[in-house]
Ligand binder design. Sequence first.
Ligand code: UD1
Length: 423
Amino acid sequence: MDSIVVTGNGPLRGEIPIAGAKNACLALMPATLLTEEPLILTNAPRLSDIRTMSLLLESLGADSAALQEGQVLALSSHSLSSTRADYDIVRKMRASNLVLGPLLAREGHAEVSLPGGCAIGARPMDLHQDGLEALGAEIELRDGYLHARAPGGLRGARIALRFPSVGATENIVMAATLAKGTTVLENAAREPEIVDLVRCLRAMGAQIEGEGTSRIEIQGVERLGGATHRVVADRIELGTYMLAPAIAGGDVECVGGEIDLVRAFADKLEATGVSVEPTDRGVRVRKAPDARVRAVDVTTEVFPGFPTDLQAQMMALLTTAEGVSTLHETIFENRFMHAPELMRMGADIEVHGGTATVTGVPGLKGAPVMATDLRASVSLILAGLAAEGETVVNRVYHLDRGYEHVVGKLSGVGAKIERIRGA
Ligand code: UD1
């Protein structure tokens, strides 16, 4: 297995290009199942999760082609040959469950494996299920699969989510586009990935209002057509690379990043003493190489709050802050797997339930580390940027799921980082 070796090497200077959002693209791709016409996605990120979604769509009978070095995805679901999302794919990538709503709406039935737990928590699908049942689906759990049927077709309904789940909102909105009548979704997720999905669905002919607010209204239509849609910038990749100069010192412009996508995060970063400034091309972050950042308290929340997907990376910064920081994780129950690894690098962290207390130390020391999920892995790379000596991050396949060219992007601003091919 490959590993990545990072050597703390002083300030970073230059530009880092920000890719299209993985999580937006993973929701946009299943929208192809709603139409017989082609769906073209531009600004797609080149990631293994995107290839996994292509394989899943192909297993259902869709065509998918990656053009222009993978930045353009041409998808077509002229005719489908299967409605079954197999455990083998779903267990690798939970977002596979986003085919459930579209398949049900288009074919009237679907069989989608339950994803099971993952490193960061239990991750059930009850909200997806309740929402689709409210639209008239009959769903039963058999052999580890949700067997969903809508014999009389889906009908619009009023649905109030118990929690504003991103995935459940996406599944319900996609299903409701082809349901008969009006669906009102209350307590909907407001994440930018939802806004992006709705814009694409609207370009395909869907009638939807209220994206980006807690109340989304969908007027079902007879059919959807094709569209060409540009995937929104990846706010989590943006936040991750904004932290690189904050940790190592320097002056980096994240080109293509949009500050409005990461306001809560950017405010916290500024509160640590780092300079954050929007530019006409993206976001510029500066920090004097020898200055220590200040401790801050962080609570993860749904959008527009501080994203859970940036908690691990923020913790990497706070390990060397002056003072004591607390991080409260409210979205996932088990999302501090990076803490013991950061401690192997000399960080002082105590975890109690959903709260981590980080007492800043003057510096970290390189060590061999590994991580059990995507964001945890990148937090270790960030920590390695400022650590003394070599940090070897193992299990790099987690990174390949969500960060394209991480080595190229960081070495482009002067980091000493390389990928070592494993046996
Ligand atoms: C998406 C993102 C993920 C991010 C998360 C929260 C994708 C592909 N992934 O995941 O990177 O960390 O949003 O911003 O877009 N829950 C239930 N029942 C359900 C569904 C969810 O209890 O039916 C709970 C989950 O266990 C979790 C919380 O709701 O505690 C948030 O989950 P959700 O918003 O659904 O996240 P995902 O869509 O899976």
